[in-house]
Design a protein around this ligand. Structure first.
Ligand code: SF4
Length: 323
């Protein structure tokens, strides 16, 4: 029996859990390929126009997989953390797909909901095996094996990053599915790496720092990614020397509701302090890279110059070079 997993959205965080779970139970996982132009085109064709780019891309992955598998795994991530929610598009993802794409195989749509005090993991596990005729005890064991795989994966990523030393650093703020899908982000991370930068993301910053700075908002941020992005951004602004970053790039998707608030908030904070170069890059389904390349080049060049000539930096266009 084959279970199809679309390579999109929270695949970038939870795939080790899903893969271990179904493979431990004897199923074959069919993963859609890395995002490419034809997957994007399929997504644009099937998804509603108003959706953001990562959701459109997810539709493309589903369309690619639907005739190749017996079941499709489309999780609903209502909440990733106590007292918080995800974006409404992640909460309603299975319904979006079911109502936009025809001739789907049976859809497995468990709800991952860590919002309340009494989390019902058993309910989620049952939903993960609902159409599969599997013993719940076996499924529980497979689920906890999957959680262990996530822990190992996170630890590896954390260690690999924190042992790296680099003199040129940049903070790149973005949602994981935009950050780690190199087709969606037009290979931004690789481009920055080739320019000699070490890229820091929300996943490389300790929770304690993120929560401390996100806690400075007058009201609790109730979106998990919102908290992580705000916390990381404010941390970058306040402790830029300690972290050693030269600038901040906010990479957002056109039509993302969260980013329209968060990126603007971070930009205003930076304008008030005027202490770190910042750029917001907005991507959509257009695939021409020239616009993005030009902006990155201009931004990094400006950062380099500012680093060299900061004490003689004119805000009104006078020559920045020392006489
Ligand atoms: S948070 Fe933004 S980018 Fe992510 S699914 Fe929601 S609208 Fe799309």
């Amino acid at each position: 029996m084959k279970i199809g997993i679309p390579r999109g959205l929270l695949y970038y965080y939870y795939f080790p859990l899903w893969k271990t779970f179904y493979e431990n139970l004897g199923f074959k996982i069919i993963l859609s390929p890395e995002t490419n132009k034809s997957i994007l085109d399929l997504g644009v064709k099937t998804c509603v126009d108003e959706a953001c780019l990562p959701v459109k891309v997810f539709h493309g992955h589903v369309e690619y997989l639907k005739d190749k598998v017996d079941f499709l795994f489309i999780p609903r991530h209502t909440s990733l953390s106590y007292g918080e929610f995800t974006c409404p598009k992640l909460c309603g993802l299975p319904e979006m797909i079911i109502n936009s794409i025809t001739k789907l195989p049976k859809v497995i749509k468990p709800d991952f909901n860590l919002h309340g005090k009494n989390i019902n993991i058993d309910k989620t596990i049952k939903e993960m095996i609902e159409p599969l005729n599997i013993n719940i005890k076996q499924a529980r064991l497979a689920f906890f094996n999957g959680l262990e795989q996530i822990r190992i994966h996170k630890e590896k990523v954390f260690k690999e990053f924190h042992f790296k030393y680099h003199s040129k650093r940049l903070l790149v703020l973005s949602h994981p599915y935009t950050l780690y899908d190199s087709f969606i982000n037009m290979n931004l991370l690789k481009k920055l790496e080739n320019m000699g930068y070490l890229v820091i993301t929300i996943d490389n910053i300790e929770d304690i720092k993120i929560n401390y700075y996100a806690g400075k908002l007058p009201k609790k941020m109730f979106w998990t990614f919102g908290r992580q992005l705000i916390g990381s951004g404010l941390y970058g602004i306040a402790e830029k020397e300690k972290i050693g970053i030269d600038g901040i790039i906010y990479l957002s998707s056109f039509a993302c509701g969260l980013d329209s608030i968060i990126a603007d908030y971070i930009e205003r904070q930076i304008r008030r302090r005027n202490n770190i170069p910042f750029i917001q890059l907005i991507i959509d389904e257009h695939t021409g890279e020239a616009g993005l390349n030009t902006r990155i080049e201009a931004f990094t060049e400006m950062m380099e110059r500012r680093k060299l000539y900061d004490s003689n930096f004119s805000s009104y266009g006078k020559c920045i070079y020392r006489s």
